[in-house]
Design a protein around this ligand. Structure first.
Ligand code: NAD
Length: 547
């Protein structure tokens, strides 16, 4: 039987080489109770995003990783280890495909039936690719979004501004801290008291209240003094948003990050306590879905009303507009998605979310890397501001890690830098380098990453597959393709990759290719869709784009 799950740390390894050891440690780290949202159920984050199909699969994956030779590759089919093949030392050690279904059958009902039969699993994005590092993983994207809003609408700061949002889950918790990082005040609505407590302990929120009136009183006080504040409000998001409409309250910014992409498992209908929701979900799922559909319509109608009154409103990547639209609210797409509105310009530059994880478990390794990053990229104000901020605000749980949005040249540099520091012994053990799936070319999602593309290619999902094939051909330690992350089944196809800097020459060669594939393809995908900035980058970097 599995004991409480924690990644091993230090220099001694139980797998046959560091590449496999890295994947073994990342898998266990993503399931560590301090990192995962529900370790017992193998749920990492994002509704029911899992790292392994079930406990038996997890045990066998661990056993196989520990036995895997340097010329073998383990295949994972939706969280279940299904084969080990002889390959090459240069090949990936793990290849994984999760939640893939033939498009005609790619809907919640069919998927849930397959899942119930034990034939598949939902893997979100970084859950099934074992690259989850807790809230920090999405913090910079959330920070960048809030900064972009501040720059565009509020002269560069959210000081004295009110943001109302919801969902203090694995991803959603990045919101209050990101608002504070930009000087603003955040009221975040969450049903689950346990989640609120967790975020209070980890400093993602400052206080908890039980009513909108209490929350507003505290928010207005802080706003009038220009003081950043994060208030967790226990309640149902849809109810609170409707209450704001009724009371004539219009925040400056309104969004939502409940796990509404999965109405049955990630979203709580109005009128139910958590226990009642859990009971109804199991006993009468049809009734639950009916209530959730009514709630999401009210929720999105309230968001549209707040937008009419002048609030900046956007979908924060959870498909809330799609769910309300499907439930019958035709005007659900009145407000935009956060990527098309705020992050696409960064994708056109090839900037995206890179992360590195100290396999030693020693925070000192990350701090040394912080210093190296600050010195190497000292002229990049954005990177320096970010590293200094997270050094001060984020403390580690699970394996220490850092995330940082880097562009094409910066990513090549960081790979070389890390590998050299491992080789020279400056770092106490190898480092895993991985990323979110939300990279531009690595996720096709017509209501998120690829919403409203200039050439209308929103639903074309060749790009993430090409990305995965390229990463596998260039020796990533793990490559995964997945379906449904972020926005739910039928709504996205995406890919993940993990590389390992073990200090060897082979790792250096792999990294210099691997770390340019994501940003390079990101630029090319956007150039192909007609973005001028991306086309300029193609020329500037000398990328080859034959047509
Ligand atoms: P999670 O499952 O860890 O947390 C969701 C939270 O929402 C839970 O704490 C739950 O109690 C709360 N909740 C559900 N219904 C509620 C309601 N009606 N009122 C108040 N609280 C309610 O999910 P997560 O990992 O935080 O992800 C949230 C959503 O964001 C998901 O849909 C996910 O796919 C999406 N996502 C967004 C990004 C991004 O960059 N914006 C990235 C990845 C995922």
């Amino acid at each position: 039987m599995l004991q409480a799950i924690h990644s091993p740390t230090g220099r001694n390894i139980s797998c046959k080489n560091w590449e496999t050891e890295a994947l073994f440690r990342l898998l266990l780290n993503s399931l560590d109770p301090r990192v995962a949202e529900n370790s017992e159920e193998l749920i990492v984050y994002g509704g029911k995003g899992k790292a392994a199909r079930n406990k038996r699969s997890l045990e066998v994956i661990i056993r196989e990783l520990q036995q895997l030779d340097e010329d073998h590759t383990l295949l994972i089919q939706s969280g279940k280890p299904v084969a080990v093949f002889r390959t090459f030392p240069f090949s990936p050690r793990v290849l994984s495909s999760t939640a893939m279904v033939v498009p005609k059958w790619a809907n919640d009902d069919y998927f849930n039936m397959l899942e119930k039969k034990g034939l598949t699993m939902y893997g979100q994005a970084t859950a099934a690719s074992w690259a989850y590092i807790g809230v920090q993983g999405v913090l910079q994207a959330t920070f960048e979004t809030m900064s972009e809003i501040a720059n565009r609408h509020f002269a560069g700061t959210l000081k004295g501004k009110l943001v109302v949002t919801s969902g203090l889950g694995g991803m959603g918790s990045a919101q209050p801290l990101s608002v504070k990082m930009n000087g603003g005040v955040c009221i975040i609505v969450e049903m689950d008291e346990a989640k609120i407590k967790k975020r209070l302990v980890n400093n993602y929120c400052d206080m908890k209240v039980h009513s909108l009136d209490q929350a507003l009183k505290l928010a207005y006080e802080a706003m009038s003094m220009g003081r950043p504040l994060a208030i967790a409000l226990q309640g149902n998001a849809a109810d609170i948003y409707c209450e704001m409409v009724d009371k004539g309250v219009t925040p400056h910014i309104v969004t939502d990050q409940t796990a509404v992409h999965d109405l049955l498992n990630g979203y709580i209908p109005s009128g139910l306590t958590l226990d009642q929701a859990s009971f109804l979900r199991n006993k009468k799922p049809e009734k639950y879905l009916e209530m959730a559909a009514e709630t999401v319509i009210a929720h999105v109608k309230a968001m549209c009303k707040l937008q009419e009154r002048g609030a900046i409103v956007f979908d924060y990547g959870n498909n809330i507009r799609g769910q309300a639209n499907k439930a019958g609210f035709e005007r659900a797409f009145t407000f935009p998605g956060f990527i098309s509105e705020y992050l696409r310009p960064l994708y056109c530059e090839g900037r995206g979310p890179c992360r590195w994880i100290a396999l030693s478990g020693d925070p000192g390794d990350i701090y040394k890397l912080d210093e190296a990053v600050l010195s190497t990229f000292r002229s990049d104000e954005r990177i320096c501001r970010w590293i200094k901020f997270v050094q001060e605000k984020i403390y580690f749980y699970g394996l220490p890690a850092r995330t940082c949005w880097l562009d094409y040249n910066e990513r090549r540099q960081i790979g070389e830098l890390i590998n050299n520091m491992v080789a020279s012994g400056e770092l106490s053990a190898p480092v895993a380098i991985t990323r979110d799936h939300s990279e531009g070319s690595t996720m096709a999602a017509p209501t998120r990453e690829t919403e409203g593309l200039l050439d209308g290619s929103d639903a074309v999902s060749d790009w993430p597959i090409l990305n995965a094939l390229m990463n596998a051909s260039n020796g990533a330690a793990m490559v995964s393709i997945q379906h449904g992350g972020g926005v739910g089944i039928g709504n996205s196809i995406h890919s993940g990759m993990t590389a390992v800097a073990d200090g060897s020459l082979a790792a250096l060669k792999k990294l210099s290719n691997l770390l340019t594939i994501d940003p390079g393809l990101n630029i090319i995908r956007h150039a192909d869709a007609g973005y001028l900035k991306a086309n300029q980058k193609v020329h500037e970097l000398g990328l080859k784009k034959p047509l």
